[in-house]
Write a protein that binds this ligand. Structure first.
Ligand SMILES: Cc1cc2nc3c(=O)[nH]c(=O)nc-3n(C[C@H](O)[C@H](O)[C@H](O)COP(=O)(O)OP(=O)(O)OC[C@H]3O[C@@H](n4cnc5c(N)ncnc54)[C@H](O)[C@@H]3O)c2cc1C
Length: 424
């Protein structure tokens, strides 16, 4: 079977790899010069249970009203975007109910557990090695400064643990034992939740390694090729329109992140995915003797500081501002200020000549889980809507989508993961 996959970020590359492993003849298409040039380029790098809570959280709807237009808001919605995201926003707000939140959390948990298994399988098969993508298994620590927030986190950790993730509450001494860089601020901590099995790895390096394998196995990698249209005849896709001419295949997978929505619209498919911008700042860890070893996430200041090989990456921010992927100085500076409040010694790493500032747009679905598998066009499939979790769930999503394309039974229940939940 010939399959064309649109988008060579982590979602498209892993999907192409899984399809090739099932005997398909794959063409992987991207408009960029290289693999993983967009959202998969310099993301937060964390893989596992720390990211499974959907952003549509009980109570968030009231917070959002207060945050609209505020430059320092954790989730900044720009006024001019409101008309463009109205339909998506209404769905997002409907998912802030407790019952919907729990359902979406369980779906994300089920998918992420499956994905971690597929990650491990790819390593044991030799498709990628730990050193190919700077795999770091030191674990992740979520920190809480107020007793009330920590108590609530302990209850939430029980829920996360019940979903199959090793999430344990730890006291400030254990936080410092795990991350000695916290010693100067130990007295300000109420506690933390330790995610022992959390993995950290360079998403772009992983995608590139897998793409090299794919090419070596005979798959076609078509770079600098933007898909402008999806052509259809009745309930089937007939070709992809590009400036270089049409691309024909038996089946087509769209894995173009937030750009999938306008592309799918050319074939009459409505997919509720919008771009939400985030930023990262990457610096060398070496100047700071007690630099973070794994991943530290600060609950009140809403940033992550992550060790990736010899680098530290500060990650955060959520801004609804369309497809603008320039890292704004204000948002980057705000993250750096927050990191310095917790880790004053981070200052040693902040030589501006060595700072790499980056922004990418997550493609968020309104309820949290991604949108995978079949559409009402019989040979068109989706791997989109991953939001803040697309690296964590990449291998699992790819495995499920490859099964959908080839007519095999997916390894986990697809309920809550397909376009059907939005009536598509
Ligand atoms: C600041 C930040 C931190 C994050 N941290 C984490 C984290 O710690 N853990 C985690 O699991 N996830 C994290 N994420 C989310 C994760 O990075 C994304 O979910 C993931 O990279 C999405 O991968 P993708 O392949 O779907 O999209 P992309 O990497 O954006 O790939 C889509 C590809 O499609 C191509 N494309 C688009 N339109 C077309 C077209 N018309 N024709 C041809 N090609 C096209 C693009 O060029 C691009 O290469 C983070 C995201 C951000 C922004």
């Amino acid at each position: 079977m010939k399959v064309a996959v649109i988008g060579a970020g982590i979602s498209g590359v892993t999907t192409a790899y899984m399809l090739a492993a099932r005997g398909c003849q794959v063409t992987l298409i991207d408009r960029a010069d290289t693999v993983a040039e967009e959202t998969s380029h310099a993301n937060g790098s964390v893989v596992g249970g720390t990211q499974i809570e959907p952003w549509a959280t009980p109570g968030l709807q009231w917070q959002l009203l207060k945050w609209i237009g505020r430059e320092d808001a954790p989730l900044l919605v720009r006024w001019q975007q409101l008309p463009r995201i109205a339909g998506w926003g209404a769905r997002f707000l409907r998912n802030c109910g407790h019952r919907q939140f729990m359902r979406n959390l369980q779906t994300s948990g089920r998918l992420t557990r499956h994905s971690l298994k597929v990650f491990a399988q790819l390593r044991s098969d030799g498709a990628v090695a730990a050193q190919d993508y700077a795999l770091n298994t030191h674990g992740a620590l979520k920190l809480y400064q107020s007793v009330a927030a920590f108590e609530q986190a302990c209850t939430e950790a029980e829920t996360i643990a019940a979903l199959g993730f090793d999430a344990r509450p730890v006291d400030p001494d254990e936080c410092v034992a795990r991350e000695p860089g916290l010693a100067p601020v130990a007295a300000t901590l109420a506690g933390g939740v330790l995610y022992v099995d959390e993995e950290i790895g360079n998403c772009r390096a992983f995608a590139r390694r897998l793409a090299e394998r794919l090419e070596a196995q005979g798959a076609e990698l078509k770079l600098r090729s933007a898909v402008e249209r999806i052509e259809r005849d009745g309930d089937r896709v007939t070709s992809l329109g590009t400036a270089e001419g049409p691309i024909h295949a038996d089946a087509y997978v769209v894995a173009a992140a937030s750009y999938s929505a306008p592309l799918l619209a050319t074939a009459g498919i409505r997919a509720p995915v919008i771009p939400i911008k985030g930023v990262t700042i990457t610096v060398p860890a070496e100047p700071w003797a007690d630099a973070v070893q794994g991943a530290v996430m600060d609950h009140s200041r809403l940033f992550g500081l992550i060790r990736i090989g010899g680098d530290l990456r500060a990650s955060g921010s959520a801004e609804i501002t369309g497809y603008d992927t320039r890292p704004s100085a204000a948002r980057c500076d705000a993250i750096i200020r927050n990191v310095l409040e917790l880790f004053p010694d981070f200052l040693r790493c902040l030589d501006t000549a060595e700072q790499r500032r980056w922004a990418g747009v997550r493609g968020n679905s309104p309820d949290g889980p991604p949108i995978l598998g079949a559409t009402r066009l019989r040979n068109l499939f989706l791997n989109i809507g991953h939001g803040p979790q697309g690296w964590s769930t990449s291998c699992g999503c790819a495995d499920l989508v490859a099964d959908c394309v080839t007519g095999a039974t997916p390894a986990i229940d697809m309920d809550g993961l397909t376009l059907a939940r939005f009536g598509g």
